[in-house]
Design a protein around this ligand. Structure first.
Ligand SMILES: Cc1ncc(COP(=O)(O)O)c(C=O)c1O
Length: 403
């Protein structure tokens, strides 16, 4: 075998993937109802604004600074006003910049895990994290999220306790909290955080908190909590321009390190060693950070208004009294989960939706949902397209006869 076992993560392609490839090969158009690329749905900054932010003579100079340029770290720090979450002391020296949050995960897995170690990740969850772990020769152990309607998702803390006790294998080296999680949209709530932090502090398990969607709340509960600057145990909070500024193409992400002083300082020093080997955040985007972040508030308001509109469109099309569908409570994030009758397996329903209606939509198994049938609808597509797609989706089920 030429390639390493790390490359072995890709699941076998299913009939939905094959159908999509065949449509693409034929040049047939279809609509992506799970679209999460903000640059494809008319969100993000105007081209002029990006061009202006990048016209900077400082881009001709190279300062190999492992944490990333100080001006960029200061600009980002200023965007976490005191009082964000509950933890006010934002220190620019505790930021480490890299190309994306995905890359931030890879730095942290290198920092915390030996090959063969494991980390805890939420299930249901986005498949990216299994891949990122596999590429570092790290295994993932799922902990459960549970849904009850209409109150929403909660973390099954017992599943964390069991995994931390090493049931079913070696004990994990870190826990990933995605706040809010993708695709469930569920935030970490006060009570959950205090129980998880207790477990982690007891066993010296660091928390990796992914807060890329934190500011995109919709039907959030009052008691949601940010982990940015969390002090009770060693915590790495991840974020970046991909979601925060709808600028995934610019490639800037970061890690913020917090926790008991001694541990946080040592972690920062070790992380700098990892980062020093790559120096992956580019000078142009770091030099543009302050100016781009100035547009954040306006952009955030625009995206949130669109999300709220699209969610109300889905509710109006899919939730009258004759509908066989329902939307799960959507606290935040860019995805709404729709529960539909399991007239057939999700894979077959989603393939037929694509074949007959020209609608591509991620089925629940993509995220390891415990039951069928669920579909992940994007909240950032244009509202008029969301309406047309949701109507087609509904009529597909209304007409469904199994043939
Ligand atoms: C929760 C979450 N974190 C991180 C990422 C990756 O973000 P980035 O583009 O910064 O690598 C994604 C991608 O969709 C995501 O859903």
């Amino acid at each position: 075998m030429i390639f390493s076992a790390r490359i072995d993560f890709a699941p076998a392609r299913n009939s939905l993937d094959l159908e999509r490839e065949s449509l693409r090969a034929k040049g047939s158009a279809f609509f992506d109802l799970s679209q999460s690329n903000p640059t494809k749905v008319g969100l993000g900054f105007e081209t002029d604004r990006i061009t202006r932010a990048f016209a900077n003579q400082a881009n001709a100079l190279y300062y190999p600074e492992p944490k990333g340029l100080a001006n960029a770290r200061r600009a980002i720090a200023e965007h976490f006003p005191p009082g964000r979450g509950e933890f006010p002391n934002v220190d620019p020296e505790r930021f480490l910049l890299c190309a994306s949050t995905s890359e931030a995960y890879s730095y942290l897995f290198k920092l915390l895990c030996n090959p063969g170690d494991s980390i805890l990740i939420p299930r249901p969850g986005y498949p990216l994290f299994d891949q990122l772990a596999a590429l570092e020769s790290v295994a993932t152990i799922p902990y459960r999220l549970e849904y009850s309607h209409p109150s929403g998702w909660t973390i099954d803390i017992d599943s964390i306790t069991q995994a931390l006790a090493g049931k079913g294998g070696a004990s994990p080296k870190a826990i990933v909290l995605i706040n809010p999680n993708n695709p469930t949209g569920s935030y970490i709530h006060r009570e959950e955080l205090s129980r998880i932090a207790g477990l982690c502090a007891e066993r010296s398990i660091p928390i990796i908190a992914d807060e890329v969607f934190y500011g995109y709340d919709l039907e959030a509960r009052e008691d949601r909590r940010s982990l940015f600057g969390f002090e009770e145990c060693l915590t790495f909070t991840l974020d970046g321009f991909s979601k925060r500024l709808c600028l995934p193409q610019l490639k800037l992400g970061w890690i913020y390190v917090s926790g008991p002083e001694n541990e946080a300082r040592k972690a920062m020093e070790a992380l700098e060693l990892v980062a020093d080997s790559f120096l992956s955040a580019g000078a142009p985007v770091m030099n543009a950070a302050a100016e781009l972040l100035e547009g954040e508030r306006e952009l955030r308001a625009l995206v949130k208004a669109r999300m709220a509109k699209v969610l109300s469109v889905y509710r109006s099309v899919l939730e009258d009294e004759t509908s066989v569908h329902r939307l799960l409570r959507c606290e935040g994030g860019w995805t709404a989960l729709v529960q539909s009758p399991r007239y057939a397996e999700e894979e077959s329903l989603s393939r037929e939706l694509l074949r007959r209606e020209g609608l591509y939509v991620h089925p629940g198994f993509f995220f390891d949902m415990e039951k069928e049938a669920f579909f992940a609808f994007s909240l950032i597509i244009r509202p008029e397209e969301a309406r047309a797609a949701a109507e087609k989706f509904r009529s597909f089920f209304d007409r469904y006869d199994g043939n």
